[in-house]
Design a protein around this ligand. Structure first.
Ligand SMILES: *Cc1c(COP(=O)(O)O)cnc(C)c1O
Length: 373
């Protein structure tokens, strides 16, 4: 059996009529950039999050740095995040001219370790970027407490967790802005690049709206800005898909439970930790091998047997030689948990359109490996 890592085409065929109809509507409207479909999708996305504003932008990385820039964060400032995330989180900090400061992740959730944040705060610190890694929210109330005490801003990197929630909080509720990516690999993805941020802050909303559009919200009047817009065709595709995101995430949760029930006796790897009361939307179902030396052979075994397993992310950002370290980006304290995660993580196929027999096949292969490991 072959099981791919993603189910993009299956998903398209499941709601082809709705997607095609929205694309058709945009094509026939004659308005393709910042047109009515974008406006509609932004309203739907804000309503979905329960925030006052949603702003579509070019991609998830832009959403982060545009939010930072709208908050006035740039050269000379420091932004705290953790190194076991997709490279873009740190890249976005660098683009603004600010300095990335990395602290460790929690060994269980893999989200930022709350106990490590305060040691990294200096007079230059301006913001914290918690990442809702793998589809599970960071502990936002605790992060907000630290941020309030030190007068810091918070931007949630929500590229992986749309429709997730904490036990007592929603995404976008306890931060200055929550950013997301709509590249196809994400839980809500379109057939190309785009992203968005949601916020309750009218200043951020206005500033990002201008920044994304050459510094302009009035014809011929410009301030400093960029071109980072969400095209109306993508807005139409996303509008069709947004109606299904909750049920799709429910399907991910169902497959995660099936994996967990079947794999919980494994001796050579550990399963994802779910915080009680949190809605974990399983962007990834990421296990960790106990012996790091066995990680790559395990992935090779799965791939050889038709299971398209991957690693997220096998080189932590502080180990990336390609990161522009010249701006003083640094690690504070031990980041042993993040390094352990990079060395031991494996992501099993996870998408709503999986089939029970596919999950069961993957489970059988994992247990076959486990017997020999
Ligand atoms: C995907 C992702 C991004 C970047 O999104 P793009 O749309 O690819 O720019 C940022 N942060 C995290 C955690 C991501 O997973």
């Amino acid at each position: 059996m072959q099981v791919s890592f993603y189910g993009h085409v299956r998903q398209y065929y499941n709601i082809k009529k709705e997607i095609d109809a929205n694309i058709q509507r945009v094509l026939e409207s004659g308005e393709y950039v910042q047109g009515p479909m974008l406006k509609q999708f932004e309203a739907e996305l804000a309503a979905f999050h329960g925030t006052k504003f949603a702003i579509g932008v070019g991609n998830g990385t832009d959403a982060i740095w545009l939010a930072l820039m709208a908050l006035g964060i740039g050269t000379g400032d420091e932004v705290i995040t953790h190194p076991n995330t997709f490279f873009a989180t740190a890249e976005a900090i660098w683009i603004t001219g600010a300095t990335a400061v990395f602290v460790d992740c929690d060994p269980k959730t893999k989200c930022i370790d709350l106990a490590k944040i305060e040691a990294a705060i200096t007079p230059k610190t301006k913001a914290i970027i918690p990442v809702h890694l793998y589809g599970q929210c960071a502990d936002m109330p605790a992060i907000k407490k630290i941020a309030d005490k030190h007068k810091l801003r918070i931007i949630e990197d929500n590229a992986q967790a749309i429709d997730a929630a904490g036990d007592t909080f929603k995404i976008g509720e306890l931060s200055d802005a929550a950013t997301t990516s709509f590249i196809i690999q994400k839980n809500l993805g379109t057939f190309g690049d785009s992203g968005a941020l949601v916020t309750n802050n009218s200043d951020i909303d206005l500033r990002v709206r201008k920044l994304r559009n050459h510094g302009s919200n009035k014809r011929n009047v410009h301030s400093f800005g960029f071109n980072s817009r969400l095209d109306d065709i993508h807005a139409g595709i996303l509008s069709a898909k947004l109606k299904h995101i909750h049920e799709w995430n429910d399907a991910r949760i169902k497959w995660a439970a099936r994996y967990t029930a079947a794999l919980k006796g494994a001796k050579s790897f550990t399963l994802p930790y779910q915080k009680p009361g949190y809605r974990h939307v399983f962007h990834l179902y990421a296990i960790e091998v106990k012996d790091a030396a066995k990680r790559d052979p395990f992935v090779e075994f799965l791939v050889k047997n038709g299971v398209d397993a991957k690693t997220h992310y096998s080189i932590a950002i502080h180990k990336q030689e390609g990161y522009p370290w010249d701006k003083g980006a640094r690690v504070v304290g031990s980041v042993a948990n993040a390094e352990h995660n990079a060395a031991t993580c494996i992501s099993l196929p996870m998408f709503p359109e999986l089939k029970a027999e596919e999950v069961d096949y993957i489970v059988a292969k994992c247990l076959e490996w486990d017997k020999t490991a």
